[in-house]
Design a protein around this ligand. Structure first.
Ligand SMILES: NC(=O)c1ccc[n+]([C@@H]2O[C@H](COP(=O)([O-])OP(=O)(O)OC[C@H]3O[C@@H](n4cnc5c(N)ncnc54)[C@H](OP(=O)(O)O)[C@@H]3O)[C@@H](O)[C@H]2O)c1
Length: 495
């Protein structure tokens, strides 16, 4: 089954957008691909079972049936009965949600269908770009919102229209720029330009962007990853608009994702090295990819390469309800480990438990070292995964078993004080300080890690919780929430 999912933010209140979209026969007034439409047998356009028969601008005729419509959920589902192209068993759902202050709308459009063998990619591209994206752009312009410049187009063998070729002009777009190092207020929404791709490069239209704690370090200058003024962000998914010379293995119209240095993801478009991106399989949607690439690849190298976690291990995961934390808990449990986790409050304890953490500890209420000793009957943990840093590092050492492994992979609470390594001889512990970049340095390494990651997603071993969604231009609020420990799971931005 091919799955296509696209979403966007419309700069208009949700009820106004719903008024337009709920009219099952109204697409002839706003969708550029639809020339005319009528409801068969004189039925009402909001009657379940009604069929709309419409003619496309290129003359093709389609018949689609309304299967479900909910004004309360601002959502409807429909299927294709007849179409000039082979979208078999096509069922789609449109869903709207208010964003933050209610003056913006999150619009999600997704479908699943079958195609003849070999046509999956082309038809998924057609549906995602020429139907969903074109619809988004049309509704945006209805509300006076700038839509993004379309890529040059050509017909493919499947009758789809896909972007291609090296456009020789920059694409004007918008994104978030840090003016200087500092708090979330230094993020400014500005006009940007994505240059035509040079040799070995491609240009992407982002569809979803991931938030990671490293974005905070890049914003504050704690890690000097970006020289202000510049665009931060290490993780995103999108569609390739065009490719430069000497690019192999990826084509215009392909869905791709990445998690890497250099930053630059907080923008509608981006031009970057082609070997940094990974083609997305049809069953991994863009939002999931943006939510999981960096955190999931981190979980992969932390559990499989920095320390090989296996059957019978007892591990301690700090921030167990967080982005990386939830993935570590689920994956480690599937590898046969017993997972103990620390969390900031009771609700996070519930979330951590639901993601494989057998013993969540609310550290403001209980001393986690004492609790680890109780659970392990005085033995301690084989591995501690600590990305909290200053506030937890020495206590993590206390929670280790003899010859245990302290994996310090971040410092959300601040830098760790200098330590006397000789003190670690008292337990013969190992300490690792892994860096994402050193495990993802080549495209061969990245492909091996993402293959394993996509496999565990597919097998349901990892469930990715997108607990926060924001318009990209509201990223400053998302940074505030992350730093104030108000988030759980993953946060994504919709450009
Ligand atoms: N080394 C690497 O290559 C690598 C790769 C990926 C991520 N990381 C690190 O992994 C960590 C987690 O990243 P993430 O994006 O998934 O974030 P996250 O875990 O979703 O968010 C950070 C969490 O840390 C906990 N925390 C404890 N003390 C804190 C403090 N003083 N300020 C802020 N948070 C505090 C909070 O959870 P509680 O309230 O439950 O304590 C908070 O929700 C970060 O430190 C990041 O730098 C490192």
């Amino acid at each position: 089954m091919v799955k296509v999912r696209r979403s966007t933010i419309i700069e208009a209140p949700v009820d106004e957008v719903w008024r337009i979209l709920r009219d099952f026969n109204g697409h002839e007034r706003w969708h550029p691909a639809v020339a005319e439409s009528r409801i068969e047998e004189g039925r009402q356009a909001d009657e379940i079972g009604c069929v709309r028969r419409f003619r496309l601008a290129d003359g093709g005729i389609l018949r689609e049936q309304l299967l479900r419509l909910s004004d309360r959920e601002r959502s409807f589902t429909y299927c294709i009965l007849e179409a000039p192209i082979p979208l078999i068993d096509y069922v789609a759902t449109v869903r709207l949600k208010p964003v933050t202050d209610g003056q913006r709308t999150f619009w999600d459009w997704q479908s699943s269908f079958r195609t003849p063998a070999g046509e999956e990619k082309a038809l998924a591209g057609l549906v995602g770009e020429q139907i969903y994206q074109a619809g988004f752009d049309a509704i945006k312009s209805t509300f006076g919102q700038q839509s993004i410049a379309p890529a040059p187009a050509r017909r493919t063998s499947a009758g789809s229209i896909a972007a291609t070729g090296v456009a020789d002009r920059p694409i004007e777009c918008q994104g978030l720029v840090i003016e200087r190092y500092g708090g979330p207020e230094v993020l400014h929404w500005e006009r940007l330009s994505a240059p035509p791709p040079g040799p070995g490069e491609l240009r992407i239209r982002h569809t979803a962007i991931g938030l990671n704690y490293i974005d905070v370090y890049a914003r504050t200058g704690y890690y000097p990853l970006v020289d202000p003024p510049g665009v931060i962000g290490m993780e995103a998914a999108g569609v390739v608009v065009d490719i430069g010379p000497a690019v192999h293995g990826v084509l215009a119209g392909d869905r791709v994702a990445y998690a890497c240095n250099p930053p630059g993801a907080y923008a509608e478009y981006r031009t970057m090295q082609a070997d940094l991106v990974v083609p997305l399989p049809d069953d991994i949607d863009d939002e999931t990819a943006a939510a999981v690439m960096l955190k999931g690849m981190s979980a992969e190298f932390l559990l499989h390469r920095v320390h090989r976690v296996g059957e019978g291990d007892v591990i301690l995961v700090h921030a167990a309800a967080g982005g990386v934390g939830q993935l570590l808990c689920q994956w480690a449990r599937a590898l046969g480990a017993t997972v103990i986790g620390t969390v900031g409050n009771l609700e996070k304890a519930r979330i951590a438990r639901a993601h494989g953490c057998a013993y969540p500890i609310v550290y403001s209420e209980e001393d986690f070292v004492e609790r680890v000793n109780q659970i392990t009957e005085g033995r301690g943990c084989d591995v501690v995964y600590d990305a909290v840093g200053r506030d937890s590092f020495m206590r993590s050492y206390d929670a280790l078993a003899l010859r245990g492994h302290l994996v310090s992979y971040g410092q959300a609470s601040g830098p760790i004080e200098p330590i006397d390594i000789a003190a670690f001889a008292a337990k013969s512990v190992r300490v690792s300080r892994p860096n994402f970049g050193h495990y993802t340095g080549t495209s061969v390494e990245v492909r091996a890690m993402t293959d394993r990651l996509f496999d565990v997603l597919r097998r349901g071993i990892l469930r990715v919780e997108i607990s926060q969604r924001h318009a990209l231009r509201d990223a400053a609020q998302a940074h505030r929430d992350l730093e104030a420990r108000r988030t759980t799971g993953s946060t994504i931005f919709i450009p």
